[in-house]
Design a protein around this ligand. Sequence first.
Ligand code: F6R
Length: 609
Amino acid sequence: MCGIVGYVGYRNAREVLISGLAKLEYRGYDSAGVAVRTETGLTVRKKAGKLANLVADLDQDQIEGTLGIGHTRWATHGLPNDRNAHPHATEDGRIVIIHNGIIENYLPLKEALQERGHTFRSDTDSEVLAHLIEEKYAQEDGHLERAVRAALKDVRGAYGIVVTHVDHQEIVAARTVSPLVMGVGEGEMFLASDVPALLPYTRDMVYLHDGDLVVLHQDGYHITTLDGTPVQREVSHIDWDAEAAEKGGFDTYMLKEIHEQPQALTNTLMGRLHDETGEVRLDITLDPASFDRVHIVACGTAYYAGLVGEYLIEQLARVPVEVDVASEYRYRQPIVDERTLVIVVSQSGETIDTLEALREAKKSGARTLGVINAKGSSMTREVDDTLYIHAGPEIGVASTKAYTSMVGAMLLLALWLGRARGTLATERGQDLLHAARELPRLVEESLTPERVAAIEAVAAKYKDARDYLFLGRGVNAPTAFEGALKLKEISYIHAEAYAAGEMKHGPIALIDASLPVVVIATESVLLEKTISNIQEVRARAGRVIALVSEGDVEASRHADDVIVVPRADEMVSPVVNVVALQLLSYFTATLLGKDVDKPRNLAKSVTVE
Ligand code: F6R
């Protein structure tokens, strides 16, 4: 969690730091801070709350310098206030550090440091690093790189750390688990937790690996392992358009990303579906005959994409699939062997629960596949194969385009496996290939101004509801789960989701005239049963918002409100249906005045357990 930026060169460091932090606020926005090496020493400024608070403070009293480090925080230890904001300095202010991650043994370290006379000024685990480095700096005769290396030997946990000292025009950084990428410029060097922070300045990036320690000077850098062995890391040239990470005319990143879904899906599917031969080509080394069962492991929205994947893979490829939330999977001692394929699904490729679950599975000899968005992320480096979803950078904290692209990738995988294992009849395979190819167009149709306005009207009608219920069946049960998650995340309205047939086993007790119930009643072999569920809700005075396929007459008759979506083959319909639910949540939240791009308490990339 948290965002880090570092700069050493010839520009005004403050500007580089602030523009970089603005791109990283999605990683956390409990507080923000910078330290700049000025003519008079290291000047630290930090403020609780969003970056704008820090910017206002800096605007009143400018700081000038060509080296600096900056941070935007998502609190783990200590309240999100000014004193717990990073950077943290030693008492004499000569060393400043920024830390992303968790120092697990910080308490014994802190006690020992206090006994040796150090005074702490924050409640964070991170501050121990500043004091430890100070001690090691003295022991290492004023050699900052060696001091950082020695300090890191004493700590246990996850970190992306950047350090600077008033006497050195250099930044020392290191990482274990928490991501860090270095930007290479001419006469200047950059560091950040994520690429978009650096794109305005350079496109040449070096992804630091776990256990790397780097020293950055104006004229270059050198990387070593934590024990001091020099290592070379490849420089990757990034060809993303910097504009791609901006809002592009929409009010929010979330709305922009909802509207980017046709393009994102095209990117996911493009080049992988071959009409002439009816083939799906995935460019992975995985042997479809090398496993007898599949485990899908992910968190949050990615987990729901995994649930759709379970349905598709079992239906089309007839392989048993289990889906787990990663934080549980690690600890439940799942039965995994060399004949198990473990698929991790992740937008960021950095979610620590998923990453650790992957590592656990690898220990048991599983084959591993990542369905991942972020290029070069930690998971992509640890799996046997990556099926990139190619959704492009997703900035809005609530995941939208990554979800539909993940489901698109799951569909590709299921088709590919079904073909390879001989479980998918040629004709059905052709139909589904065609249906998959149609997805970008169908999602485009879901986003016409008329359809969007109709959903906004429904959102306006129910925006003051205290609770919501979402129901769906079969391959669209996960769509209901994802719809409820989106609503909770950004509008803070309590929402529950159930497989529709399960409603009568308990949740039905909740239904009364104040409860809007969103029912996914699109074209399906189970549609009649879903209509029975709608009637059960109506019989208890519940208010039904039915999601129906274009041309529907049956389900619509029983609903209070109807959201019409383009008609799609049931197997691909989760992609189309979820778009309407994203918009319903989006408008509910914005009509309630919520900040949808930065919902409270959340962060885009969760790199703590
Ligand atoms: C919800 C959301 C989260 C993420 C989850 C996993 O809108 O964004 O639930 O889906 O934190 O993140 P990734 O996919 O980066 O592993």
